[in-house]
Design a protein around this ligand. Structure first.
Ligand code: GDP
Length: 337
C-alpha cells in the first residue's frame, strides 16, 4: 500500500482506543485502516500506529508464524491458498502477509498481483494483505512485523509471511517467523544449483512442489539430493532436523504432512523453550532495527547535516578530503545541533 492510501484519513484522525477496540473485535475495516496507518510515512499516522501497537502487544493470543519463500513460479500462491484453506477448515484463522521489496519499484511487484489467492480472499477466516511499499527492505520488513501484532490481536492464530526467492528478503522474513519453509521445484537440472547456501541453511523444511504427473520421478530424485545436502549443514541450535517433503499444491497432496511436521516442530521447540527464546531474540532485533531506523531519520532530517552532507560528499568524490574526515565533520555538526 502506498502512503497515498492514507489520504482517506481526513481530520480528525482515528482515535487509538477506537482502533484497538475494532482490532480486538476483528472489525476488518478498522483492522485494515490500522495497518494502513502502520504503512503510512506521515509522522502523525506513525504516532497513532505506534500507540495502537503498544496497546495490542499485551493482548496477543497464542499464534504460529510461518515464513514461505521460493522463486517466482514455484507455486507459492497456489500452495498458500490450498494450505490456508486446509487450516481454516481445521478451525484456524489465517492471515497472509507478503514481503516483496520489489513492490516499491516502478517495475511493479513480483507478489502484488491482486488476482492471487482468490479463494482464500473470500474465506471469512482468512485475511490477506499485499506487501507494503517502502524505500528499503528494512522499511517493508518493519511494517510487516508491526502488522503481525495487530493481526494476532484480532485473533488470527496462523500468520503466513510470503516472500520472493530473490535478494535479502528471506533473511528479513526468517527473522520474524517461527518456521521457515522453502518451496522448490524438481526437474530443473542440477537440483542444488542456483540455490543460495544461506537460504538452505535457514530453512526448517524444503517442500518440493509440483510433485505430480510426469514430475513425480524427478521430485523423488530431488528429495534424495536435498536430504543429502541438508545433512552437510551443522545441526540447528534448537535441535530440529530440517525435513524434505514432496508435495503438489494443485492436487492438495502432501499439505497435511507438512502441517503435521510444523505442529511437531512447534511442540518440540515449545517444550524445549527454544520457541520462546527465538521470539525473544526476534523482539530484540526488532528493537535494534527500529533504533537504527529512528537514528537514521533523525540524522538525515538534521538541518546542519543536510547542509553539510552534500558539500562534503562532493569533496570526497573529488578526492579532496577522506571519507573519514568528512564523516567526522558531519558527526560533529550533528552532535552540536
Ligand atoms: P508463485 O509465483 O510462486 O506464486 O507461483 P504460482 O502459485 O502462481 O504458480 C505458478 C504456476 O504453477 C501456476 O500456473 C500454477 O497453477 C502452477 N502450480 C502451482 N502449484 C502446482 C503444483 O503443485 N503442480 C503443478 N503441476 N502446477 C502447479
Amino acid at each position: 500500500m502506498s502512503s497515498d492510501n492514507t489520504e482517506r484519513f481526513k481530520k480528525p484522525l482515528p482515535k487509538v482506543n477506537d482502533l484497538v477496540h475494532g482490532i480486538l473485535t476483528n472489525d476488518l475495516t478498522i483492522l485494515s485502516k490500522a495497518i494502513t496507518l502502520i504503512e503510512s510515512t506521515k509522522p502523525e499516522h506513525q504516532k497513532i500506529a505506534n500507540a495502537v501497537i503498544e496497546k495490542c502487544l499485551g493482548k496477543k493470543t497464542e499464534t504460529l508464524r510461518i515464513g514461505i519463500t521460493g522463486v517466482p513460479g514455484v507455486g507459492k500462491s497456489t500452495f498458500i491458498e490450498r494450505f490456508g484453506k486446509m487450516l481454516t477448515k481445521k478451525g484456524k484463522k489465517v492471515a497472509v502477509l507478503t514481503v516483496d521489496p520489489t513492490s516499491s519499484k516502478s517495475k511493479g511487484s513480483i507478489l502484488g498481483d491482486k488476482t492471487r489467492m482468490q479463494e482464500l480472499i473470500s474465506d471469512p477466516n482468512a485475511f490477506i494483505r499485499p506487501s507494503p511499499s517502502g524505500d528499503s527492505l528494512g522499511g517493508v520488513a518493519r511494517k510487516t512485523r508491526e502488522s503481525i501484532v495487530l493481526l494476532e490481536t484480532a485473533g488470527y492464530n496462523v500468520i503466513i509471511i510470503e516472500t520472493v526467492g530473490v535478494g535479502q528478503s528471506e533473511t528479513a522474513v526468517h527473522d520474524m517467523v517461527d518456521f521457515f519453509l522453502l518451496l522448490k521445484l524438481a526437474g530443473a537440472g542440477d537440483e542444488l544449483q542456483g540455490i543460495k547456501r544461506g537460504i538452505m541453511e535457514m530453512a526448517d523444511a524444503i517442500a518440493i512442489n509440483k510433485a505430480d504427473g510426469d514430475n513425480i520421478k524427478q521430485a523423488k530424485q530431488a528429495e534424495t539430493e536435498f536430504k543429502r545436502a541438508l545433512h552437510l549443514f551443522p545441526p540447528k541450535d534448537n535441535g530440529w532436523v530440517p525435513q524434505v517433503i514432496r508435495c503438489s499444491a494443485i492436487k492438495n497432496r502432501g499439505l497435511e504432512i507438512i502441517w503435521a511436521m510444523m505442529e511437531n516442530h512447534f511442540a518440540q521447540t515449545k517444550s524445549s523453550g527454544h520457541f520462546n527464546d527465538n521470539r525473544r531474540q526476534q523482539n530484540k532485533s526488532w528493537l535494534l532495527q527500529y533504533m537504527e531506523h529512528i537514528l537514521k531519520m533523525d540524522f538525515t532530517k538534521n538541518s546542519k547535516v543536510s547542509k553539510l552532507l552534500p558539500v562534503l560528499t562532493n569533496e570526497v568524490m573529488d578526492g579532496k578530503i577522506s571519507p573519514f574526515r568528512a564523516a567526522e565533520d558531519i558527526m560533529l555538526a550533528y552532535k552540536s545541533s
